[in-house]
Design a protein around this ligand. Structure first.
Ligand code: HEC
Length: 110
């Protein structure tokens, strides 16, 4: 009985985490946009570019696994690999930095 109740409790606790991270690539939300002061449109464009380009040559490297500074170094190099233009490159970079905050569960305002 005790185990049963604990099982339910941890299920409830895990649920919000699953929803915001969706497989380790956080969805763009109003909270993410507010936290980073970047528009949702731009973040969504960055996420779309990341989803369609950044697993063509290797497994997708997830936002939360790397520091923002790492992304700042790697993205310009990878944007050339993916043949992104400078504005697309910058959208991918801001998305990855914003997603890092969400993936690491840094508190974002509602
Ligand atoms: C045309 C192929 C290609 C595409 C497209 C590509 N990559 Fe890469 N990526 C590579 C290769 C090759 C390496 C390993 C050698 C290197 O670092 O250049 C690599 C390495 C990496 C690394 C590890 C670098 C390190 O120093 O550990 C990361 C992170 C990465 N890619 C992210 C991305 C992201 C983000 C995108 C999308 C913008 C992307 N890649 C698109 C070919 C690609």
């Amino acid at each position: 009985m005790k185990t049963y109740i604990l099982g339910i409790a941890s299920g409830i606790l895990l649920l919000p985490a699953c929803r915001t991270q969706s497989g380790g690539v956080p969805e763009v939300t109003p909270a993410m946009a507010a936290r980073t002061d970047v528009s949702e449109v731009r973040l969504q464009n960055g996420r779309d570019l990341y989803m369609s380009n950044c697993n063509r040559c290797h497994e997708r490297v997830l936002p939360g696994t790397e520091d923002p500074e790492f992304w700042r170094e790697v993205v310009p190099h990878m944007a050339k690999n993916a043949r992104l233009d400078p504005s697309q490159e910058s959208d991918v970079l801001v998305y990855l930095m914003a997603a890092h905050l969400v993936a690491r569960n840094v508190k974002v305002p509602d």
